[in-house]
Design a protein around this ligand. Structure first.
Ligand code: HEC
Ligand code: HEC
Length: 352
């Protein structure tokens, strides 16, 4: 057989096998960057800063406002909360297991927690704080200066150190000991019979595993699923202002006429990324409704139905799954039961 044909034969035979994306893996140790090692004192400082309203311009919001431990470290709204008089445009993602995410934000515009933390503080429609001013505010608090000294060797309060401490705290927000972890570690009885069937659908007929795999059930990629627009986006001019603002600061030329969320395109300016969004984690998914980048789905049943129908209008990455109503229920039960970890328990800090 000529080499050309051999190659073709190899590709046709191998693609369906080699193209298979991955498998689910039990939880591993959290990745920690060398430049920002975890220490108990740093985590404690980060926790205080996370819940400190000094981080917002008008002193009404902290990170926990939109990443509320009682709401699965999200805020329970379709479109997240906002700085007074403005409106946000996207759903607040959970911070649970965020330490495992390679790309941060729905469009992946940040790549480390240290880098990310400064975005909401500066964002006009989130905390709207001036970072120079914030540093001075924190510096006037003797308890903080003492803690910065303990953690970083001197009492200098900088935005970089603030975000390092917050990142260290975020790396402790881990969904542990989910039934899936025990199942994957050999405890075959831990899933109920419906959840087990759901697991098989997740990894088989449902094809969820193609994008949701590994420790955090993500592929670190962006996909154009054509999730329907949130009608709020068309109704509220404040959301239009937010969208144009984000587009403008990301050097999107047509920002004034932009009528939808361009997703990853905003960052990559690559046409294939138009309305592509990052694959989110599914850990603790039962606690973080509503779903998708714009919170369009209130329940997991709606999400499962979306995938069953082959995604949104015109998407080329999904196909109809033809699941029966029992199968859809089993899939949902797996998501709820299998992926919910032990509650993340911590003591709320006393803000100095
Ligand atoms: C007003 C609500 C609000 C506040 C306050 C807020 N966030 Fe967020 N956060 C969001 C929204 C909405 C997103 C998603 C934005 C996007 O993708 O464009 C987000 C995204 C994130 C992400 C990325 C998560 C992921 O899975 O990619 C992290 C990490 C995060 N926020 C941490 C923080 C920290 C730390 C603070 C405080 C300094 C904070 N947030 C304050 C609403 C908020
Ligand atoms: C082609 C890749 C791909 C496949 C296959 C896939 N997903 Fe997803 N999933 C994504 C992306 C990307 C998003 C985020 C979409 C958005 O925000 O607009 C998502 C979002 C979700 C969400 C919402 C998460 C949240 O926090 O908002 C759930 C739940 C979910 N998927 C479950 C499933 C299930 C169940 C299946 C199988 C039936 C599946 N996914 C198949 C890529 C995929």
């Amino acid at each position: 057989m000529p080499i050309k044909h051999c190659l073709l034969f190899f590709i046709i035979l191998c693609l369906p096998i080699c193209g298979f994306a991955g498998r689910l893996e039990p939880l591993k140790d959290v990745p920690v960057p060398d430049q920002n090692p975890q220490t108990p004192a740093k985590i404690e400082l980060g926790k205080k800063l996370f819940f400190d309203r000094r981080l917002s311009g008008d002193g009404t919001m902290n990170c926990g406002t939109c990443h509320d431990p009682q709401q699965g470290f999200s805020d329970g709204l379709d479109i997240s909360l906002n700085y007074p008089t403005t409106r946000n445009w996207r759903n607040s993602p959970t911070l649970v297991n965020v330490a495992f995410q390679r790309h941060l934000f729905h469009d992946g515009r940040a790549s480390s927690l240290e880098e990310q933390a400064l975005f909401p503080m500066m964002s006009a429609f989130e905390m709207n704080q001036n970072l120079d001013f914030m540093e001075e505010e924190i510096r006037t608090v003797p308890e903080y200066v003492a803690e910065f000294t303990q953690v970083f060797g001197d009492g200098d309060v900088t935005r970089e150190r603030i975000s390092m401490a917050i990142a260290a705290f975020e790396r402790t927000l881990i969904s542990r000991d989910a039934p899936l972890d025990r199942f994957l570690s050999g405890d075959t009885k831990v899933l109920s019979s419906k959840a087990l069937k759901g697991y098989k659908l997740f990894t088989g007929k449902g094809k969820c595993i193609e994008c949701h795999y590994g420790v955090n059930l993500v592929d670190d990629r962006f996909h154009v699923l054509n999730v329907p627009e949130n009608p709020e986006h068309l109704k509220d001019p404040r959301i239009a202002a937010t969208r144009r603002f984000v587009a403008k600061i990301n050097h999107f030329e047509g920002y004034r006429t932009l009528a939808e969320d361009p997703g990853r395109y905003l960052i990559s300016k690559d046409q294939k990324d138009w309305k592509a969004f990052r694959t989110p984690t599914l850990r603790d998914i039962a606690k973080t409704a509503p779903y998708m980048h714009n919170g369009i789905y209130a329940t997991l049943d709606e999400v499962v139905e979306f995938f069953n129908a082959g995604g949104g209008k015109g998407t080329t990455v999904l196909n109809p799954l033809h699941l029966t109503s029992t199968e859809k229920e089993e899939l949902r039960i797996f998501l709820e039961e299998g992926l919910t970890g032990a509650p993340i328990i911590f003591v709320y800090p006393k803000i100095p």
